[in-house]
Design a binder for this molecule. Structure first.
Ligand code: SIN
Length: 532
């Protein structure tokens, strides 16, 4: 594309990503500042939609903040930032009230003994019933409600024709907006006072994921290109129970299924969690996913079973209508048969290091939701704390943005894009190679030798992708891959540097953190560390 055709436009607050975090932020900022929301149609299928279980918050009179804080710290295996945990937990009830005021159709509790008007379910790691939900499709219900309000708000402009591929900076290295591609492949520069990344995590660097359109660390790398610090990348969460359905689309079997009494069985019929942890199926996710992985290795089976048949037909249809209907469509009646399940990449606990207002280490660049690392999750996220985090930090970030105006300096010129052509099939092959390397060597169990192999193979891959990226005309698939490959390399580096097993980072070559005597330490990396 010749430089003369570059389209440049001016914006006040630019939000990149339209899941629960991005939409919540847009709705809170609108009214004080104008918002441009870059929200490609694929955001409707992103991680927010698949957060089936619900939103954790202290809502029942029998629950309290200290208990939610304590459960989160235990699940995070000693690496949470307690200040971020307490902040998040204490903001939970007002965030839920806001969603109720918008009309999110949370499931009511109609039983005569109910002590809160909405049904609260349980999930792994939670010592109390504290998860408010809309049947078994909470993410979808919240997303649809927020989208409806954003679409009709006069201060919000939604750009569904653009995909962001990089950020803009001024001469002082302050963020000044984003470089996007439109549907015809034309570059557009959206110059903005403040820029908020709400682009999701990095599960897409793995072969099997719980969402059909996972992000691949694009937002993390766009921030890193501007010098932002990335934190805790080695803690990639695998959800224990994705439907094992080799011919079907990825489909999550919510943790609420275990919360309501679902039992995990090996293919030879053992309820293995009973032997491993006193919390059994409701142990934190890292523990359950690892146990399933070990059972699959032991039996040689590609899945284990999740059995709910004992809950009865009526309870299953009442609590899990979406899961029941999906499985039935795939030929499985979960009221009569156990569900084959397998762990799959689900959530990135690491990301752009941020403060309690979503601020990154780059001035005027913010990150909220899964792309961010606030310190809430530590080494392992507790179930249903993710939508809570999206809401709480979107609201605190919006409050901060309402008090300021971004700079007006011009962005520095972007590098001249190439004009070459790269074949789609090559991009697909490279992406498959990336996912294979990560799934093989950097998954639920990782070892030093495997991490070294991954590091070597990713450097080779990176060289090929970089050459294509620098010579080809801008294209969204290649830009996403280029971000994903570097994010994968940083993830391997973080994993190799951690000399302990902790939470989601389980390396049999390293002792459990309880045996090292070392103080808990988050990992912090910059893009430059790849070249150190
Ligand atoms: C689930 O319903 O199990 C997913 C929600 C979450 O990841 O917290």
């Amino acid at each position: 594309m010749p430089p003369s055709t570059l389209v440049r436009s001016e914006h006040d607050v630019l939000v990149i990503g339209g899941g629960v975090a991005g939409l919540t932020l847009a709705l809170h900022v609108a009214g004080t500042r104008r918002v441009t929301l870059v929200r490609p149609a694929s955001d409707d299928q992103g991680a927010s939609r698949w957060a089936q279980g619900g939103i954790a918050a202290v809502l029942s009179p029998q629950d309290d903040f200290d208990a939610h804080v304590a459960d989160t710290l235990v699940a995070g295996d000693g690496l949470c930032d307690e200040r971020a945990v307490r902040f998040t937990v204490e903001q939970g009830p007002s965030a839920i009230e806001w969603l109720l005021s918008l009309g999110v159709p949370f499931t009511r509790d109609t039983s005569p003994t109910a002590n809160y008007p909405y049904h609260l379910t349980r999930e792994g790691g939670h010592g109390a019933r504290r998860i408010i939900h809309a049947e078994d499709a909470t993410g979808r219900a919240v997303l649809d409600t927020l989208k409806h309000h954003a679409q009709t708000h006069p201060d919000i402009t939604i750009r569904d024709d653009l995909v962001a591929i990089g950020l803009l900076a001024d001469a002082q290295q302050r963020c000044r907006g984003a470089r996007c591609l439109d549907s015809r492949g034309q570059l557009q520069e959206l110059v903005a006072g403040d820029t908020v990344l709400a682009t999701g995590g990095a599960s897409g660097i793995y072969r099997h994921t719980t969402s059909p359109h996972p992000a691949s660390g694009e937002g993390m790398m766009m921030a890193a290109e501007l010098g932002a610090e990335l934190m805790n990348l080695e803690f990639q969460q695998f959800h224990p129970t994705c439907l094992y359905d080799p011919d079907g689309p990825p489909f999550l079997i919510s943790e609420a299924v275990r919360g309501e009494g679902g039992r995990l069985l090996s293919t030879d019929g053992r309820r293995f969690m009973l032997e491993l942890d006193e919390r059994a199926e409701l142990a934190p996710r890292d523990i359950v996913a690892r146990a399933i992985d070990a059972e699959m290795q032991r039996t040689g089976s590609p899945h284990v079973w999740l059995d709910v048949t004992h809950l009865g037909d009526e309870a299953i249809r009442h609590h899990f209508p979406t899961i029941h209907a999906h499985c039935l469509k795939r030929g499985l009646d979960i009221t009569r048969q156990p569900i084959p399940v397998v762990p799959a990449a689900h959530y990135s606990c690491g990301g752009v290091a941020t403060d309690l207002d979503g601020g990154s280490s780059v001035p005027h660049l913010y990150a909220i939701g899964e792309v961010a690392c606030t310190g809430l999750h530590g080494a392992n996220r507790m179930a249903s704390n993710s939508l809570l985090e999206c809401l709480v930090y979107a609201r605190s970030c919006a409050a901060k943005l309402a008090t300021q105006r971004g700079p007006t300096t011009p962005p520095t010129a972007s590098t001249q894009p190439g004009a070459g052509v790269v074949e789609v099939r090559h991009v697909q092959q490279w992406r498959t190679a990336l996912r294979d390397i990560m799934s093989r060597y950097v998954a639920i169990v990782r070892r030093d030798a495997g991490l070294d192999t991954a590091s070597h193979e990713l450097s080779e891959l990176s060289r090929e992708v970089q050459a294509a990226f620098e010579s080809a005309a801008p294209n969204t698939a290649l830009a996403s891959l280029w971000h994903a490959v570097r994010l994968a390399r940083l993830t391997v580096l973080a994993a190799r540097q951690r000399r302990e097993s902790r939470g989601l980072h389980f390396n049999p070559d390293c002792p459990p953190h309880t045996e090292t005597g070392l103080a808990p330490r988050p990992s912090r990396l910059h893009l430059d560390d790849l070249f150190a």
